[in-house]
Design a protein. Structure first.
Length: 443
């Protein structure tokens, strides 16, 4: 996501790099480019205006123009203001004092309501030991009920449904009764959507709201729809006074407009983001992490969390030492590849490393899982000595390895070259002289 925006923001700020002093006109030029980058990313016009004004004022007020590292200070201001625009801090899900907590999903057709209802139920089950009940209140498409049943089965959460012939309000009423009898602590109501906001849909949603007094009305919007998502959010919020937003499909190639505008326009928090079709692809929305991601500084916090889950600390310590001493060999590389493969799609992982999102070196690294297998095959064809001592790999050894693994010699050469580049970069990073911000600015 955000590729275009990230690139343009970085470019806008790269102009300032290496300048001991930033002139008024440099700053104005940078601000103009930031403004265009945001508009092109489909950020709401008034959000852009306010953002640019604030950054500009802060940049002047902070004596950035006289500062030692003006470029870095401006990046920091932009990062902080992006965070503020998206709401500053993560906003937790509301919870009622008496069970059940009622969560009503709302949104246009295809936004991801049904999927998100499932994902959220699973999250509540896993993280709060909850016993949720899903209510199928979208009766307009028979497939919608089947879909929710499917979801319920997959995550082992009961679904209350009455087919398509009973009025949604009546279904919800009966579902609430069932939840009461079974002492479910959460009820998630999956409602119908339309292609566009219309009065009939809004009336139905208002009636469900009146009946259940939800603790949470989560508006689900598709991040891919940019400015439309923002207009939709405004419309739903006017009618229903929503309590929060779920931004879905952030795994896709979104331009960033929705993420950056919705909070400002509706004054309602984005609570979760959907990042895939699978049931575990729902994450708490952290404005600061999203800002770093938009700036291409990498979502290092997410990476650390993810790594901590899958990775032993001692191993990490050993690895850091090897990186520092520059004794990182192919055997370690192989370990890393295996670890990374366990963690998920390689592109996603690499993009979370600071400075990697738009690192040109990354563009040369092949991310196809098949290529990973080839890399492994090449390493398996090395002797132990060669793995520990990559410098030994002269042309004749490389030819032998190529024959051994059945890969072309060019591929072997390329892989070794990439390995050496990576090793150099890791060595630098491990010595702490390459923070995400510096790396991004290329200093
Ligand atoms: P609803 O009409 O609002 O209930 O939307 P659905 O839950 O049926 O979702 C519509 C489509 O979007 C389905 O194919 C989902 O798998 C897909 N979808 C939902 N959330 C995400 C997401 O976060 N990422 C991706 N890639 N697809 C999603
Ligand atoms: Mg649905």
């Amino acid at each position: 996501a955000f590729e275009g925006l990230t690139e343009r923001l970085q470019k806008a700020m790269r102009n300032l790099r290496g300048k001991g002093k930033v002139s008024e006109s440099d700053l104005r030029k940078t601000m103009r480019e930031i403004r265009l980058a945001l508009l092109e990313a489909d950020v709401n016009f008034s959000v852009v205006r306010k953002f640019v004004k604030t950054v500009q004022e802060r940049a002047k007020g902070a004596d950035v123009l006289e500062g030692l590292n003006p470029a870095q200070q401006i990046v920091k201001i932009v990062d902080e203001e992006l965070t503020k625009t998206m709401g500053e801090e993560a906003t937790p899900l509301n919870k009622s004092e008496k069970i059940p907590t009622v969560i009503m999903m709302a949104g246009l057709q295809g936004a991801g309501k049904t999927t998100t209802a499932g994902k959220l139920s699973l999250k509540l089950k896993n993280e709060k030991d909850a016993r949720p009940l899903l209510i199928a209140a979208d009766i307009y498409r028979p497939a919608a009920i089947d879909q929710l049943e499917q979801v319920g089965k997959e995550i082992d959460v009961p679904v209350f449904q009455k087919g398509t012939d009973v009025d949604p309000i009546e279904i919800v009423k009966q579902g609430m009764q069932v939840a009461k009898e079974n002492h479910n602590d959460y009820v998630l109501i999956d409602t119908a959507g339309r292609l566009q906001i219309d009065e009939k849909l809004m009336d139905e949603l208002k009636n469900i709201k009146e009946l259940t007094h939800p603790d949470e009305i989560l508006l689900v919007v598709d991040a891919m729809t940019g400015q439309n998502a923002v207009n939709t959010a405004e419309g739903f919020n006017d009618a229903l006074d929503i309590t929060g937003v779920v931004l879905t499909k952030l795994d896709g190639d979104t331009r960033g407009g929705a993420a950056l505008s919705i909070r400002e326009v509706t004054q309602k928090p984005i609570k979760f983001i959907g990042q895939g079709e699978k049931m575990d692809a729902l994450d708490v929305f952290h404005p600061d992490r999203m800002a770093s991601r938009i700036l291409g500084m990498g979502d290092i916090l997410s990476l650390i969390e993810k790594t901590q889950k899958d990775y032993d600390e001692k191993e990490a310590q050993k690895l850091t030492e090897k990186m520092q001493n520059n004794t990182f060999g192919f055997e370690d590389f192989l370990d890393q590849l295996n670890q990374i493969q366990k963690m998920g799609p390689l592109e996603d992982i690499m993009k979370m490393i600071p400075g990697m999102a738009n690192n040109p070196a990354l563009k040369n690294i092949n991310m196809d899982p098949k290529d990973l297998e080839h890399i492994k095959a090449i390493i398996y064809s090395m002797t132990k000595e060669e793995k520990d001592n990559p410098d030994l790999l002269n042309p004749s050894r490389r030819r032998r390895i190529a024959r051994g693994c059945g890969r072309p010699i060019q591929e072997v050469n390329r892989m070794i070259k990439q390995f050496n580049q990576m090793k150099t970069m890791m060595n630098k990073m491990s010595k702490g002289n390459m923070s995400g911000m510096e790396n991004m600015l290329g200093n």
